[in-house]
Design a protein around this ligand. Structure first.
Ligand SMILES: [Zn+2]
Length: 184
């Protein structure tokens, strides 16, 4: 069953649990180990324009990752496909072409596929955990002039692309602003 809107709270709980179970307390998150710990096989494949895929039957789940892609992109793909494997039952084979790394909330009204939003949010949460970022010393060094440099340093540390990191930081900042009770 496809949910009608992304299950953000559930996904944060799920990714926190996966990180705890794996004993991960600092970046970079070993996404391949976490995926394999769920009994899932990862294959680096020649996939042309496909970024990643999930194939499953009763006994086995395989995630295929485009081996031509850069490490940070392959890590994001693995996390994205792991989300489909854990959250989205029903399809035996699922391909992802060029999914957008944009995992901002509030896009469901624009007709963006809810499962894709969930998979991207899951990938962001597990690769760039909120509690890691909030405690990261680099975050306190962030200033407007050097923001791009700090984002790059964080991206290197978490082994994600600077683009993915900047979106994640923007989302977290937006959320903490709304949590602080800012009213229009
Ligand atoms: Zn997908």
């Amino acid at each position: 069953m496809t949910p009608s809107r992304p299950r953000y709270a559930r996904i944060e709980q799920l990714t926190d649990g996966l990180l705890r179970d794996a004993g991960v307390t600092a970046p970079a998150v070993p996404i391949d180990d976490i995926t394999r710990s769920r009994g899932i096989t990862i294959r680096q494949m020649d996939l042309k324009e496909i970024s990643g895929l999930v194939v499953r039957d009763a006994d086995v789940t395989v995630i295929g990752v485009n081996k031509a892609h850069h490490l940070t992109r392959r890590r994001f793909t693995t996390a994205h496909e792991l989300a489909h494997a854990l959250l989205h039952e029903g399809k035996e084979v699922r391909y992802d072409k060029d999914f957008r790394v944009d995992f901002r909330s509030g896009m469901s009204s624009l007709g963006v596929d809810v499962e894709e939003m969930e998979a991207n949010f899951f990938a962001a949460c597990i690769l760039m955990p909120r509690r890691f970022l909030e405690a990261d010393p680099l975050m306190s060094d962030m200033d407007a002039e050097d923001a791009a440099k700090t984002v790059k340093a964080l991206a290197d540390r978490y082994k994600v692309s600077p683009h993915a990191m900047s979106i994640r930081l923007g989302n977290l900042a937006a959320r903490s602003t709304s949590r602080a009770g800012v009213r229009g």
